[in-house]
Structure formats: C-alpha cells, structure tokens
Design a binder for this molecule. Structure first.
Ligand code: BES
Ligand code: ZN
Length: 633
C-alpha cells in the first residue's frame, strides 16, 4: 500500500464510489417519504441478516401492537412498505422466534410465505420469505415470544416503585428481529410509525416522536402513537413502558424516569441542553428535533443506548455529582455518529462507537474544560494498552475494521477508534479536522458507511499530500492490528498528581490525603494503578481511609470490588452481593463474576450462590455473559 501514491488512490476510490451506492430508490407508494440508499459493495454485505435488499427491501414499517403484561406477549400487526427490483418475486425478512399468523397484501389478499429453518441459525434467526407478486405493501399478523431477547419484562419488584410492571427493548445489534418482522440490518434504513396499546396507568415512550395525547380506549387501556419520519437502521426502533413521569430540562431536552427516580435523574442530566449546544457547535445541527432520555430500572444491561430522540440509560450512572455523565455526551454524540451515519456492517462498529467516543470527549471538553476531557482520554488510553497487553498486539481482532466479527473487547472499537481520530486531529490540526468530520456527517447523513468509505473520504477531503498521508498511517490505523507508532499519546501531566500518589502508595503504603477532593477520573486512575496484590490488612486500611466501599459512584465501587475480590477479601463479599443484586449492567456484572470465578475454590461457590439469587433479574444479554463465565474452567 505504501508504494501507491495518493493520486492513484484517489483515482481508484473515485471509481469505487460510483459502484458502491445503489441509485436511491423512490418510494412510489408514498413519494413524500424519505428513502435512503443501500450500499452494494462487497465489504458492505451484512452477514448478520437474511435479507436480500438489492432485490427487495423494506422502506417503511407501521406497527400496531398491544403490550400484554399478563402473558408477557407483544402482538398485533406490522405493515411494511417495500420497493423491489423488476422481476424480484420474493422479499426476505429477518425473524427470530416470531409466531406468524397471516401475511396479506394491502388489500387483504393472502400472500404465500414460509419461515425457512436454518441449521444453527442462533441469534441470526430465520429468514421469512414472502412471495410478493405485485404487492408493495405487506401486512403481517404476528406475536413475539415471551422470551423475545430484545424485550425485558420486569416484575413490579424489579422497579423502584415496586407497584407496576415495566417493559423495555434493546435492539442493537440483531435483537429486534425477535419482536419486529423486518429487514434487521444497519444498512437498510427504514422510516417507521407505531400505535401501541398498554394498560393504564402505564406510559409508553419510543425512539420516535409521540403524537398527541394517549387515546383512552375505555377498557383500562390506552393507545399511544409515534412517528419516526427519518430513515433509521431498524436496530434503533425501541420501546419502554412503565409507571414513568417526565421532567423538562431545556427547550428540546427532557428526561423520563419512575417517579421515585425522577428527581435524582433530572439533577444528574441537568447539563444536557448545554451538551446538545456544544455538539451542534462542533459538528452541525442536531437533526432529530427533541433529545429526551429515559432512566430505566437497573436491569437495563448497558450504560446507555442511543435510541433516536429517546436515549435509554441505566440508573447506575447516577452519582449525585454528574461525574459519570460522559455517558450522556456519548449517547448524544451518536445522534451524528451512528444514527445519522451508520456502520453498514457490525464488523465496522468502530465507525459508530469510535467516532462517538472521540466526539464524546470533544463535548466533555467544551462543557467541562480541557482538564476533565484530558483525564477521561487518559483513562481510555490505559484501556487500550490493557487490552493489547491481554490479547497481544498482533491479534487480528485488534484492528478497527474486522471481517464481520466484533472487535476483541470494547477498547478497540471505542477507545482505539477515538485515539485514531485524536491522532489525525493532532497531525492535521483541529480546524481542518473538524471541518472534515462535519462534512463527513453532512454528506452521509441518513446513510450507511463502511471503513473503506471513511478511508477514501479522508484521502479525498482531508489529506493534503503524500507526505501527510504517510504521516497519518490511515490504513494501519483502520485495517491493521495493534497500535500505530504515530499515536497521539495523552498528556502525562493529566494525572501527574495521582500518578505520584500511586508511586508513593506502592513504595511505602502512604495513603493519599487529597482523595476526597479528587475528580472521579483521578480516583479511578488511582484504583486502576495501585498494586493488584493486597493483604486483607492493606485493603482494610485503604477502605477505612478512603471510604471505597461506601462511595456513591458505581464506577469507583466496581473498581474497589474487583480489587478486593481478586484478593479474596471476605468483607467485600456482602458488598459484592448487594451490588450484584441492584446493578444489572453487563459491564459491571460480568467482570465481577469473572473475578470471583478466577478465584477457584474460594470464589466459585460465592459466584454460584450470588448468581442463583440474581440471574432471574438480569437481562438476557447480561445472563448470556455470566453464563459463559460460570461454564468456563
Ligand atoms: N450503542 C452502545 C451500546 C451497545 C453496544 C449495545 C453494542 C449493543 C451492542 C452505547 O452507545 C454504548 O456505547 N454504551 C456504553 C456507554 C459508555 C461507553 C459511555 C455503555 O453502555 O457502557
Ligand atoms: Zn456507544
């Protein structure tokens, strides 16, 4: 690659681009509706879908569904609008466990269909093949199974209020096919609308704009309507229902949560409107109208999920001092990187997560200043190094762009992705970099993208000459494992004081006196870097002096528990048990069980005992992660 000149690459990429995007199709049924193109290049082929979008694809989804909390079933109808190439007689949808009752066209005529049974289809599910004839509207009467892995039904005991049940969905990456029969691929964007009925007094929110007031159906149920008029990848269709209230923040921002959680939630996300303004100043207009959030019960398996107009959040990020709201900046940034411009295949998920992690850091800098942003970046950098040490610098899974598979550990897609952009920024300068990234979002808005396109766009619109191309090492960054030599390392001054405190503690056990006044990032740096092997007496002294077990910040509490359990520190066992019973976030839960499991005859019975109590309260994503740990040797 090195020997090829920039001019040659530009010439090559110009031809590659014209074949990459299929001509945008017009939705003949509804010409006013926005339809996004699909990509047809080989690297944009999604191995995780059964759909054949080049022949026939879904452009719009209209759901009419009832939420039955008694039987834990979601069911009703899905109306799909499709466009098809001349001669394409069938359309293939993704399904996983759906019970299909009937498939008809727009006039109620039966359409032949079959669910092909595939060997070992797993989470990919099964293709639903429908014979189209000349139909361009399909109506599917169906029901999702109670165990649909996109949906988690919570009993009242799993909520803060304890009185009403709760439901939420999680679509990323390929879970939505367990409750919506459509083409479930990030490269096949669709507009959607929904009518959802639910029992009173539950409120329903979705990742679309709610239309008017709920309609009282007179039978103890209400109907809610939603519209998403911008084409989105279907993993971004999301729903939550429960006893929830809303609190406004700014003119276009607000937060939903259970009444008992709402005041703390509202206080924690109080900087959101400023974050939206900061994000717009960086990379252009926020294009989705409102930016609302919902703080879910603790069973939600992630920190956050960037569902359009309605970010989903774990309650475990609430610390009382906004110290974990990099999470908000992150999910907000996805409104550009991920939701506006979307990885066409999951092997390129760094295009969503890495670009977002970079953008997140820029928002944090704009709102809270350079010091906080630099510290958070330095923590990210330490994560990259830790992962590379663990899996090896030549492991193929440490490349940003991998063939169809997820990267090895989140530090690659997220943090290596972010440091790639920080490195480019440091070489070309912030002004040029920002102008480039803004045009990337603008020119690919509401469209899928690949690593190859990102690379070619940088060459075409950012890189000045061959010498600069050489310095940037773009292909190494995107396609090679490990960490390129030109990485812009974080400023060691970011944590100078903490690193000195770590050195002093490591040398002679001197416990830092200023800990209470440190930032959360500083505390995390300290807990990450002190010696891993500690005696019970040392742990007791540390906890006594620094109040580690009683911190209100779950990121810090998690680090304490990891340290303590890895040293078989008995007093930490009830603390871990309490934590694992109230936190369902996979990022915390899985590693703590792994730490216990790693402690053999001491830790394994503890892990099994705690998991016997908590497993049923966890989301299927969290369960799957812990199940794997407890099945390992
Ligand atoms: N989109 C992700 C969550 C996700 C990733 C769900 C992959 C399913 C598959 C979300 O934006 C995210 O990155 N969440 C992080 C936030 C953190 C990096 C601030 C999380 O949940 O920890
Ligand atoms: Zn993310």
């Amino acid at each position: 690659m090195r020997s090829i000149t920039l001019a040659t690459i530009l010439a090559l990429s110009a031809t590659a681009c014209t074949t990459m995007e299929a001509a945008p199709l017009v939705d003949t049924a509804n010409p006013a509706r926005m339809v996004s193109p699909i990509l047809t290049s080989p690297e944009a082929q999604d191995t995780q879908t059964w759909a054949e979008p080049e022949r026939a694809r879904v452009t719009h989804v209209a759901l009419d569904l009832d939420l039955d909390f008694e039987t834990r079933r979601v069911g009703g109808t899905g109306m799909l609008e499709v466009v098809a190439e001349p001669g394409a007689d069938t359309i293939v949808l993704d399904t996983n466990g759906l019970e299909i009752a009937r498939v008809t066209d727009g006039n109620g005529r039966e359409l032949p269909w079959e669910i092909e049974s595939m060997e070992e289809s797993g989470a990919k599910g099964e293709p639903l093949r429908i014979t189209l004839g000349d139909a361009r509207t399909i109506r599917i009467d169906y029901r999702a199974p109670a165990a649909a892995s996109a949906l988690q039904w919570l009993s009242p005991e799993q909520t803060e209020g304890g009185v009403h049940p709760f439901l939420f969905s999680q679509g990323q990456a390929i879970l939505n096919r367990t409750w919506i029969p459509t083409q479930d691929s990030p490269g096949i964007r669709q507009t959607w609308e929904a009518r959802i009925t639910a029992p009173e007094p539950l409120d329903v929110v979705m990742s679309g704009v709610r239309q008017g007031k709920p309609e009282d159906l007179g039978d103890g149920r209400r109907a809610f309507r939603f519209v998403m008029d911008k084409p989105v990848p279907p993993y971004l269709i999301a729903i939550a229902a429960g006893d929830i209230d809303f609190a406004p923040i700014g003119p276009r921002t607000g937060v939903w949560a259970e009444p008992a959680t709402l005041p703390r939630a509202r206080a924690e996300v109080g900087d959101t409107e400023e974050m939206v303004e900061a994000a717009e100043a960086l990379y252009g207009e926020y294009r989705w109208g409102r930016y609302d959030m919902i703080v879910l019960p603790p069973a939600f398996p992630y920190g956050g999920m960037e569902n359009p107009v309605m970010t989903f959040l774990t309650p475990t990020f609430i610390a009382g001092d906004r110290s974990n709201n990099g999470l908000i900046a992150h999910e907000l940034a996805h409104s550009w990187s991920g939701n506006l411009v979307t990885n066409a295949v999951w092997g390129d998920s760094w295009l969503n997560e890495g670009v977002t992690t970079y953008f997140e850091n820029r928002i944090m800098e704009a709102v809270y200043g350079e010091k906080r942003a630099e510290q958070e970046a330095a923590l990210m950098y330490a994560n990259i190094l830790e992962t590379l040490d663990e899996v090896g610098r030549d492991a193929p899974g440490t490349a940003l762009s991998t063939d169809g598979e997820y990267q090895l550990g989140s530090a690659i897609a997220y943090e290596k992705g972010a440091f790639f952009l920080m490195t480019v920024e440091s070489i070309v300068g912030r002004e040029r970099f920002d102008a480039w990234l803004r045009q990337w979002f603008d020119n690919h808005a509401f469209q899928p993208a690949t690593s190859e396109m990102f690379y070619e766009d940088m060459l075409a619109n950012l890189v000045r000459d061959d010498a600069e191309a050489e310095r940037l090492m773009l292909r190494e960054w995107i396609f090679e494992p490990g960490l390129p030599a030109n990485v812009a390392e974080p400023d060691p001054a970011a944590f100078a004081a903490v690193d000195a405190a770590v050195a002093a503690y490591s040398a002679n056990g001197a416990i830092p006196t200023g800990y209470a006044d440190w930032t959360s990032a500083e505390r995390q740096r300290f807990l990450d870097n002190i010696p891993k092997e500690r005696t019970a007496a040392q742990l007791a002294a540390l906890n006594e002096a620094l109040g580690l077990a009683s911190t209100g910040n779950n990121e810090e509490l998690f680090l304490w528990l990891e340290l303590a359990l890895a040293n078989r520190y008995e007093p930490a066992v009830p603390q871990a048990q309490e934590f694992l019973a109230r936190v369902g976030r996979a990022k915390f839960v899985r590693p703590l069980f792994a730490t216990l499991w790693g402690e053999g005859e001491w830790g394994r019975p503890i892990a099994q005992r705690i998991y016997a109590d908590t497993r049923a309260t966890y989301h299927s994503v969290t369960q799957a992660g812990v199940d794997r740990v407890l099945a390992s040797d």
